[in-house]
Design a binder for this molecule. Structure first.
Ligand code: CP
Ligand code: NVA
Length: 310
C-alpha cells in the first residue's frame, strides 16, 4: 500500500503510470451510466473514509462515485462532527480509522494534519487538498491537457492570480512532467519558494512575472483559480480583489496566448472575477473536462494506492 500525498513526493514513473491508467480506466467504461460498476472491481469489499474539514462538491462526489464504480463503499465524514474536531489527536484518529476502513481521503487545513494522518494510518491516505497543495486536481488537469493536446512535456503553462495551493501542485507537476510554468501575479501572492525551487531543481523554466499580457505570450495552457481560497480570511477579500484585477483571464488576455491555448480552472469559480464567463464558456475552455477527469484520475490514484495500476 502507498499514500498519495503530493505530486513532488511521488516518482515520475508512478505519476505517468497513474495518468496512463486513468485514461484506460476512463475508456473502459465510456458511455456507461455513472452508477454502473466497472468491469474490474479492485475496491470490492473495501471501505473508504472521505473526511472533509472544508467544503467540497467535486472532490466529495467524484471520490464517492469512483469508489462505488470500483466496487467499494464510502463513508463521508465531516471533520467538525468527528472527535478530531474536539481535541482527539490526529495520530489516534488515524490508528482508529485504520481498524475500520481500507483507505482514507482527507481534505484539511494544515499540511501537518495530512502528514500525521499518513504517518499513523496503516491504510493508504490520499490528499484531497490542504492549504498548501491539491495534487488530485493537477493529476486530473494533466490528464485533461494530454487528452486535448498530447504530451504536456515541453509545453508552457501560465498561472494567473494567487500563487496558492493549486498553483503549488502545478509547480510540482511542472517539475515531474517536464513543462515550463510562468506565474503572473503580484509579488505578495507569489507561490511558495519551496514549490518554485522544487520545479527549478528538476530543470524546467519557472518565471515569476508581474505583467499578465507579457506572461501569457506563447502559452499552451492558461490557468487561474479563485482569488480567495477557503483557508484565507474573508477580511483579505477587498485587498485581494484590488491586487488581482489586472490578472483577470478575459478574451483580451487570451488573445495574447497561442491561438489554441487551453483554459483551465479547478472550480468553484467566481464568474467575472478571476475569469470572465466568455472565457469559461468559450471554445478554449476545458473546465468541465477537468471536473469530469477528477473522477477518472482519482480512480487511478486509488488503484495505485492498492497496487492495482495496469
Ligand atoms: N476543485 C475542487 O477540488 O472542487 P471542490 O472544492 O468542489 O471539491
Ligand atoms: N484554492 C482553492 C481551491 C478550491 C478547490 C481553495 O483552496 O479554496
Amino acid at each position: 500500500m502507498q499514500h498519495f500525498l503530493d505530486i513532488h513526493k511521488t516518482s515520475t514513473s508512478d505519476l505517468r503510470a497513474i495518468i496512463d491508467d486513468a485514461r484506460a480506466v476512463k475508456e473502459a467504461r465510456a458511455g456507461r451510466p455513472k452508477g454502473m460498476a466497472d468491469d474490474e472491481q479492485p475496491l470490492s469489499g473495501h471501505m473508504v473514509a472521505l473526511i472533509f474539514e472544508k467544503p467540497s462538491t467535486r472532490t466529495r462526489v467524484s471520490f464517492d462515485v469512483g469508489v462505488r464504480q470500483m466496487g467499494g463503499q464510502t463513508m463521508v465524514l465531516s471533520g467538525s462532527e468527528m472527535q478530531l474536531g474536539h481535541g482527539e489527536t490526529i495520530a489516534d484518529t488515524a490508528r482508529v480509522l485504520s481498524r475500520y476502513v481500507d483507505m482514507i481521503m482527507i481534505r484539511t487545513f494544515e499540511e501537518n494534519t495530512l502528514m500525521e494522518m499518513a504517518e499513523h494510518a496503516t491504510v493508504p491516505v490520499i490528499n484531497g487538498l490542504t492549504n498548501r497543495s491539491h495534487p488530485c486536481q493537477i493529476m486530473a488537469d494533466v490528464l485533461t491537457f494530454e487528452e486535448h493536446r498530447g504530451p504536456i512535456k515541453g509545453k508552457h503553462v501560465v498561472w494567473l492570480g494567487d500563487g496558492n495551493n493549486v498553483c503549488a501542485s502545478f509547480l510540482h507537476a511542472a517539475g515531474q512532467f517536464g513543462f515550463d510554468l510562468t506565474f503572473a501575479g503580484p509579488e505578495t501572492l507569489d507561490p511558495e519558494a519551496e514549490a518554485v525551487g522544487f520545479a527549478r531543481d528538476q530543470g524546467v523554466r519557472i518565471k515569476l512575472e508581474r505583467d499578465a499580457t507579457k506572461a501569457v505570450k506563447g502559452a499552451d495552457l492558461v490557468v487561474t483559480d479563485t482569488w480567495l481560497s477557503m483557508h484565507d480570511p474573508q477580511s483579505a477579500r477587498e485587498r485581494r480583489h484590488n491586487q488581482l484585477r489586472p490578472y483577470q483571464v478575459n478574451d483580451a488576455l487570451m488573445a495574447h496566448a497561442k491561438s489554441d491555448a487551453l483554459f483551465m480552472h479547478c472550480l468553484p469559480a467566481h464568474r467575472n472575477e478571476e475569469a470572465t464567463s466568455q472565457v469559461m464558456d468559450g471554445p478554449n475552455s476545458v473546465i468541465f473536462d477537468e471536473a469530469e477527469n477528477r473522477l477518472h484520475a482519482q480512480k487511478a490514484i486509488m488503484r495505485w494506492c492498492l497496487n492495482h495500476t495496469s
